[in-house]
Design a protein around this ligand. Sequence first.
Ligand code: NAD
Ligand code: MN
Length: 500
Amino acid sequence: MPSTFTHEFNAPAFKAKVSFNTGLFINGQFVDGSDNTTIDVINPTNGKVITSVSEGTPKDVDLAVDAAHAAFDTTWGLHTPGAQRSRLMSKLVALMEKNADELAALEALDNGKTFNWARNIDVAGSIDCIRYYAGWADKITGQVQETTEDKLTYSRHEPIGVVGQIIPWNFPLLMMAWKIGPALACGNTVVLKPSEFTPLTAIRMCHLIKEAGFPPGVVNVLTGYGNTTGNAISSHMRIEKVAFTGSTLVGRKIMEAAARSNLKNVTLELGGKSPNIIFDDADIEQAVNWAVFGIFWNHGQTCTAGSRIFVQEGIYDEFFKRFMEKTQSLKIGDPFAPDTFQGPQVSEIQFNRIMSYIESGKAAGAKVEIGGERHGSEGYFIKPTIFTNVDPSMKIVQEEIFGPVCVLIKFKDEEDVIKQANDTLYGLAAAVFTQDLNRALNTAHRLKAGTAWINCVNSFNSNVPFGGFKQSGIGRECGDYALTNYTAVKAVHVNLGHKM
Ligand code: NAD
Ligand code: MN
């Protein structure tokens, strides 16, 4: 019997006793992993164990794939009208709304992000995403192609089948929504692995999926480690597509596993080292506020984090002063306290990784203007850190740190900054701040990135495509673009009289 997680939340914004089974969710049931092993779930605020959850193994992936195929062949896929899929997804939306505070509290507890951000961004965005794709479920259409009068030709957008989905810990619920939304709308069945660091909201979602009345096997969720369960998904012979969000390093492994096994279709949402460019004529107060949000929101654990901040020389000193002041004012601490902006990093591993980047910056001669050390004595808190005096050869300028650490770089003119901004192997997002419309659009168009923000940063919508150029990924999530990831296009030729 899988164990039960029980927790008494006693935060100003959420007071309740929460209790649910933490098994693997296979074929509509909560079950133990085949090896009867578990994974400890850690609270990053204090490093203590919150609970343990069942650990999936490659054998469990097989069981989940069996269940997903059975559902695809009987109760889902082409056997269920889109309107019915839409109704079930809408029921799930209603249940997510009903349990929104609980989902936010679980996310804050497990990941360390603040309850408020979790509620207003992660949970609200996840609800919005599932609602958006519920709307698509009965609007999946092919085309009729005009060929000759003795032939009818049309394309069908069929579901692919069983799809594998592997997600990270930085936006656990939101990444689940981005994945299952389009997959289910198009009629696929799902085998999803959450991050081993943040499994709680995905497991809670399974209870809601069950309550909504989805047929067993349509969604299967297995907590497990990457090199076992994750690898079993990406190399599975009966999974026809794998969607991955995570690091570029692991993305490469996913693609290799797909190539070595059955050449399954692959989409990847990977890392970034996004530039944030502030021109002399920017609204300085707004530029400062957005730049702070761009890098320090979600503790810097955002794939699109504006971690390289380029400021034009005429405004640099004033920007620097205000950026420092604003950063100094950020409240670090308990994710459940109403005025906290920044909680702990997600795990000890991430904490150590970020601290080693900070050390490497110091050793290379960059100057720490603020931060550069841990905050407090327990948990995985790191002070917001601003480096200056950097050069392009430094690791802190080139590599994704995935923490509250940025580099501030002075630039001369447009040519200079675009060259520097594009000097990275990533291409996820970029931002530009200026009041000059021509300069804004010219710069946005010349930046090699899947998202270009003008006078804002880290802004997302369910109906707007999201994804990376270069080594930041393959394919697009969100919007109708994501539907193409989850449909197999079949051309049908009907002979209306052409004789051989
Ligand atoms: P990660 O790559 O370490 O892990 C992501 C997921 O892959 C986890 O579920 C992990 O268990 C699994 N995994 C690990 N090794 C695997 C393997 N060999 N085979 C199959 N699965 C494996 O990433 P992370 O540390 O969880 O997340 C941080 C990274 O995610 C950052 O690089 C960040 O930029 C990226 N990210 C990108 C986006 C985006 O949309 N572009 C969004 C969020 C996060
Ligand atoms: Mn955790």
